[in-house]
Design a binder for this molecule. Structure first.
Ligand SMILES: C[S@@+](CC[C@H](N)C(=O)[O-])C[C@H]1O[C@@H](n2cnc3c(N)ncnc32)[C@H](O)[C@@H]1O
Length: 260
C-alpha cells in the first residue's frame, strides 16, 4: 500500500463497522445478500452438522450464528474489532450457542490458528478491505484442512473508471475502493494453493443493499436519529456513484468456492 497507511485503513475499517451507524444502516449482516446469501454459500460449500467453520472478519457474528442454528456447524469467528467480538461473544451466551460458536480478536493477515485446523474457511465481504491480500489468502490456505474449502464472497470492481468517492478511504471501508475483478480474487486464492470450484455472480444483491441503505438514511434522518458525526452528504454521493457503477457493469458481487 502506498497512498494510505496500512494502520490507518485497518483502524478506520474497524471503527466504522463497530459504530452504531453501521448497525442502523446495515442491520445484523454486513454484506450484500445478507443471511440468505450466507446460507446458500454455506450449503454450496458443503457445511453440514459438525463442520468446523472459521469465519474470517466475522463482524457482529451473524453468519456464524446462522450456520450454528440452521446447519449445526461449529464456528469460530475472528475480527480485528474488539467491541464487535465482545458483543458477538455476549450474544452467543444469550442464545445458548456458546458451545457451538466462539469469537476472538484476530487479524486475517496473521491468523492465530494451527495449520489445517478447519474444514471451511468463511470470508464474506472483507477480503477487499484487507491490506495484504496475498498474506490473508496464504493464511486461509494454511488453516484449511486438506479436502476443506474456502467459501468467499466480496464486492467486484472492474477497473477504476468510477466516481472518486468510491475510491476514497470511505470507499475502501465500504469494500469498494480495493475490490477486484473476479479473476483477481481467484488468482489470489489459487496462488495461495486453493483450486477453484465455482464462482457465482450476485450483482442484484448489491443493488438491493444500496436501495436499503438509502432508504434507511432517509428514514433515520427524518426522525433525526443519525449522529452528528455521520456525513450524510458523503454517504449519499457514495451511494449515487455506486448506483452508476452498477449500471455501468463495473460494480457487482460474487461468491467463490475453492478447495484445498
Ligand atoms: C463489511 S464487514 C463484514 C463483516 C461480516 N463478515 C459480515 O459479512 O457481516 C468487514 C469486517 O472486516 C473486519 N476486518 C477488516 N480488516 C480485517 C483484518 N485484517 N482482520 C480481521 N478482520 C478485519 C472489520 O472489522 C469488519 O468487521
Amino acid at each position: 500500500m502506498t497512498e494510505r497507511s496500512t494502520e490507518e485503513v485497518k483502524s478506520c475499517c474497524v471503527t466504522a463497522y463497530e459504530s452504531d451507524v453501521a448497525a442502523m444502516l446495515l442491520g445484523e449482516s454486513y454484506h450484500p445478500g445478507g443471511l440468505d446469501l450466507t446460507l446458500q454459500l454455506a450449503k454450496d460449500a458443503g457445511v453440514t452438522a459438525g463442520t468446523k467453520v472459521i469465519d474470517i472478519a466475522s463482524g457482529t457474528g451473524a453468519s456464524a450464528f446462522l450456520l450454528a442454528r440452521e446447519l449445526s456447524a461449529r464456528g469460530h469467528g475472528i475480527d480485528l474489532g474488539a467491541q464487535n467480538v465482545e458483543k458477538a461473544t455476549a450474544k452467543a451466551a444469550e442464545q445458548g450457542l456458546e458451545e457451538m460458536v466462539r469469537f476472538s480478536v484476530g487479524d486475517a493477515e496473521k491468523i492465530r490458528f494451527a495449520d489445517e485446523s478447519t474444514d471451511v474457511v468463511f470470508c464474506e465481504c472483507a477480503f477487499s478491505t484487507f491490506t495484504s491480500k496475498e498474506q490473508a489468502a496464504s493464511e486461509m490456505f494454511r488453516i484449511c484442512k486438506p479436502g476443506g474449502v474456502v467459501a468467499f464472497s466480496d464486492v467486484v470492481l472492474e477497473g477504476t473508471n468510477v466516481g472518486e468517492e468510491l475510491l476514497s478511504l470511505a470507499g475502501w471501508i465500504a469494500c469498494i475502493a480495493d475490490a477486484k475483478p473476479v479473476e483477481t480474487y481467484v488468482d489470489y486464492l489459487e496462488k495461495a494453493g486453493f483450486a477453484l470450484q465455482e464462482t457465482q455472480r450476485h450483482d442484484d444483491a448489491i443493488v438491493k443493499m444500496v436501495d436499503l441503505i438509502e432508504a434507511r438514511i432517509q428514514a433515520f434522518s427524518m426522525i433525526k436519529q443519525l449522529p452528528d458525526s455521520f456525513d450524510k452528504k458523503q454517504a449519499e454521493t457514495l451511494l449515487e456513484q455506486a448506483r452508476q457503477a452498477i449500471k455501468d457493469d463495473v460494480l457487482g458481487y460474487v461468491t467463490i468456492i475453492a478447495g484445498k
